[in-house]
Ligand binder design. Sequence first.
Ligand SMILES: Nc1nc2c(c(=O)[nH]1)N[C@H]1C(S)=C(S)[C@@H](COP(=O)(O)O)O[C@H]1N2
Ligand SMILES: [Mo]
Length: 417
Amino acid sequence: MSVASSGGRLGRRQFLSGAAAGLVAGAAGPAAAQQGSGPLQVPVWTREQGEGIASPAYGVPSAFEKSVIRKPRTPPKFPTAASTGTPLQHLHGIITPAGLHYERHHAGVPAIDPEQHRLVIHGLVERPLILTMNDIARFPSVSRLWFLECSGNTPQWTGGSAKWTVQETHGLISCSEWTGVRLSTLLDEVGLKPEARWVLAEGADGAAMTRSIPLDVVLDEALVAYAQNGEHLRPEQGYPLRLVLPGIEGNMSIKWLRRLKVGDQPFQSREETSKYTDLMPDGTARQFTFVMETKSVITSPSGGHQLREKGFYEIRGLAWSGRGRIRSVDVSTDGGATWRPAELQEPVLSRCLTRFRVPWTWDGGPALLQSRAVDETGYVQPSRQQLVDVRGVNSQYHFNGIQTWKVAPSGEVTNAA
Ligand SMILES: Nc1nc2c(c(=O)[nH]1)N[C@H]1C(S)=C(S)[C@@H](COP(=O)(O)O)O[C@H]1N2
Ligand SMILES: [Mo]
């Protein structure tokens, strides 16, 4: 039996009872003034001409969507070393609109003139090169739908705040269609020397962010991207050029990319020694933990939501794996005692967000909502306890434990991680 058919069996009446109640409430509320008194009156916006075209010339969301915005994370020590989270609770499907893509900047957003921007490729190569943006645009291009996730996403190693929304627990993930040149294509052009094993990537921002990337990651589809969701990158996403390394911690996808240096070993930059390592319970640190492991989260209902009445709800969420495709997602409404398979929305792509859904009838009692993803390698998303048993609680990065949202009989939804 598919989950969709069990949803269908609930019948139309049950889906619509809430909506009909809403309509009655609406007719008595502020909307009544606009709509007239009965259902389907001709509203004022149907009786007059709308706004002309080209106002503004670059389209923006409806004025009624003002609450759908990025949100700054914990107050930064410096205003330019900051991050903002994507409002996952307000989004549908799998693509993040560019204006809502999460941000993580270590030294603010540089204003780079693409005419003056250069990419240097040197080190253990046969023919070092300096490329202009026009040069880069001439190479064969590819487009890929991939998520990007900061390894600092979900800062819940020692628990989180009950008040956190999914924007705060999981907002440092976004998903775009990226277009650019394969990094391997550029490296073919310069010719790798036989000793080549690692590539240093450096950004042109005030942080001059630098990370060492092993050759297997380079050759695994890594992109030097200039476009995102059909248009050139936004300044905050690395305009005019960035790396996008699929399934790899966001920090390594160097923005404002200006230099690639090929070496025979890792370069041991600040971001891979003092930062972006994982402190284990025995005091040793794991270094070069690149892959973003399988993870999922319910985005609706989620923290900060208020269920207004008993009855039908569609539980909706997102799942992803840095190792490939999502194979399945199970959902529990009783804190993990029982699980039901969710329906996966196609396309289910490798290292991309996957949307899942499961029908749920809320009986008005307390509930604990959880999702657990499995990827095509068979890796199962761990519970918080399973993760902490292995990793301890000294880490800052790579928390991929199962998220719990608590639904109170009042309908209030809070973070129970
Ligand atoms: N040059 C440069 N690249 C950078 C950063 C930066 O501060 N400077 N931040 C990194 C981090 S920590 C992450 S998670 C991603 C964030 O990319 P986004 O801001 O496009 O979401 O970019 C990475 N690349
Ligand atoms: Mo990050």
